[in-house]
Every structure is written in C-alpha cells, then in structure tokens.
Design a binder for this molecule. Structure first.
Ligand SMILES: NC(=O)c1ccc[n+]([C@@H]2O[C@H](COP(=O)([O-])OP(=O)(O)OC[C@H]3O[C@@H](n4cnc5c(N)ncnc54)[C@H](O)[C@@H]3O)[C@@H](O)[C@H]2O)c1
Length: 266
C-alpha cells in the first residue's frame, strides 16, 4: 500500500517548478491531487485523471474559496494541503533598482548601492506578501474549514525558503517566507486538537523556470552558496513534502525540514 493512498491533496502553484514536482510525487505515492494555479489549463496538464486542475489565484479570497469548494465537491474532501504558490518579486518592489545598483557597484562605482528598501513602493511590497504570505493563510483557512468538517484530521505543508533563515533575498519575499514559518508554528499549536498537523519545508536554490533567464555566472554564484555547489532539482524537494504529508510524520508538527544542500545549517 502506498503511503498516501486514500488521501486527497491540494498543491497550490502546482502548474510548474517545485509545485508540479510535488504534485507528481504525491500522486506517485497514492494521493488524488488537485493542482491549483492561475491557469486551469496549465494545472490540468500536470497530471491526468483522476487528478484535477483548478484555476485559483491565492491572492484573492473569493477565488481561493471557490477553488476549495470545487475541490471538495470533485474529490469529496481535502486531507493534505501544500502551500507552494509564491512569488519572489513584483513590479514596483525595488528589485530593478537593486540590480542596477549591484551592477554599478560591480563596475567600480562606489557611490552606488544595491538597495531595495528605499525604492520599494507599497504596491510591490503588498503584492509579494499578498501571494506568498496571505495566499498561504487563505488556502490554509479554506482547507482547515473542510478538514474540520470532515473530522478526520489532515496535514498542511508550507513551502518556506532558505532565504527566510539566511536573509539572502528580496526584502518583501524574505519577510513573507519568515512569516510563513511563524504561521506554521501558530497553526500547529492551534490545530493539534483537531488532528491537523502543520509543518514547513525550506528549499534552497532550486532549478525551476525562475532560473531559466539568468546568466550562467549568476546560477554558478547561487550554486556556490551550497556546500554541494549546485542547485537542487525540483524533485529533490518532494520527498520531505511527501513525508510530512503522510502518516509517517504522525508526530511531526510545527517543524521545518531544510532541503538546501548545506546552504544554511540550522
Ligand atoms: N526555486 C527556488 O530556488 C526556491 C527556493 C526556495 C523556495 N522556493 C519557493 O518554492 C515555491 C515554488 O517555487 P518555484 O521556483 O517552483 O516557482 P515558479 O515561479 O516556477 O512556480 C510558481 C507557480 O506558482 C504559480 N502562482 C504564482 N502566483 C500565483 C497566484 N497568485 N495564485 C496561484 N498560483 C500562483 C505560478 O503560476 C507558478 O506555476 C515558491 O513558494 C517559492 O518561493 C523556491
């Protein structure tokens, strides 16, 4: 018997990258999976029947609630939620100025600084948090409502980031991911009496489509952060998620598994 047999799992941002790899892994381990993403067509392409793709914008409460209602109706309930959808940057968040400052400094201009904060407008800040933090909250709330009604417990796995620990990323993104880890702990305490476990996985730099446009030397510099001197493949993150989703992790809650090639020890 596969360890996720009989489980109904939701993976947000599951149309590509780490989310798609997680969706495939959970399906391989026996779960029936709902892939949620902005485009229902792309979400549908990840797995065939009996799995489903559902359109969902995690930054929008009405969209989240409608998507979970659809999942509950089509799959008969929800046992596992993987909050994977997240964005590292958004227009107006100051990253363009940050990169410009970084390039000028690398070119010898000592009056230039790689600054994000002083250039970050409210809209850029809010957008990153709306998807990466608020989205995880909204989906958790929708899933917990369904799990509570079922009365059979459940497992929520939040995808954090090594950047939440090391601070090496855009300021709104690092803030959002650190908050996701705090939310993981608070919900773990709150939901234990309902039999709902809440844990997190912090990936290190992982070779997903977000790395495709980057020059090789940038990828090499990121890889050098890890003692393995390489990026992870998305599939390498999925084992920790499948474990936490499953009953193998029946005594694990409020915990975080780092999968980062030694980029940060904790
Ligand atoms: N790739 C890395 O190096 C890395 C490292 C640490 C953590 N992470 C985290 O892992 C997760 C996945 O990263 P990835 O590299 O696979 O990202 P990605 O950009 O390749 O994929 C993200 C998916 O989320 C979807 N998405 C974006 N906004 C959404 C919204 N509002 N509603 C629903 N779906 C939305 C996108 O359409 C896309 O399919 C993210 O939370 C990311 O922060 C990634």
């Amino acid at each position: 018997m596969k360890r996720l047999e009989g489980k109904r799992a939701v993976v947000t941002g599951g149309a590509q990258g780490i989310g798609a790899a997680i969706a495939r892994r959970l399906a391989d381990e026996g779960a029936v999976v709902a892939v949620l993403d902005l485009s229902a067509e792309k979400a549908d392409e990840v797995l065939g029947a009996p799995h489903i793709g559902v359109a969902c914008d995690v930054s929008d409460t009405a969209s989240v609630d409608a998507a979970f209602a659809q999942v509950a109706q089509r799959l008969g309930g929800v046992d596992v939620l993987v909050n994977n959808a997240g964005i590292g940057s958004a227009p107006g968040d100051g990253m363009a100025e940050y990169y410009a400052g970084q390039a000028a400094r690398a070119g010898g201009d000592e009056t230039a600084f790689a600054d994000q904060t002083i250039h970050c407008a409210d809209e850029g800040w809010s957008r990153v948090l709306a998807v990466t933090l608020d989205g995880a909250f909204r989906c958790s709330r929708a899933a917990v409502r369904i799990m509570s009604e079922q009365g059979t417990g459940g497992s929520i796995v939040n995808i954090g980031s090594t950047a939440a620990l090391a601070g090496n990323g855009p300021v709104p993104y690092v803030t959002a991911k650190a908050a996701v880890l705090g939310m993981t702990r608070a919900m773990a305490r709150e939901l234990a009496p309902r039999g709902i476990r809440v844990n997190a996985v912090n990936p290190g730099a992982t070779e997903t489509p977000i790395y495709a446009p980057l020059p090789e030397e940038v990828k090499a510099a990121v890889a050098a952060d890890s003692v393995m001197n390489r990026l992870a493949q998305p599939e390498e993150v999925t084992g920790a998620v499948a474990y936490l989703a499953s009953d193998d992790a029946s005594f694990a809650t409020g915990s975080t598994i780092n999968v980062n090639g030694g980029a940060w020890f904790s």
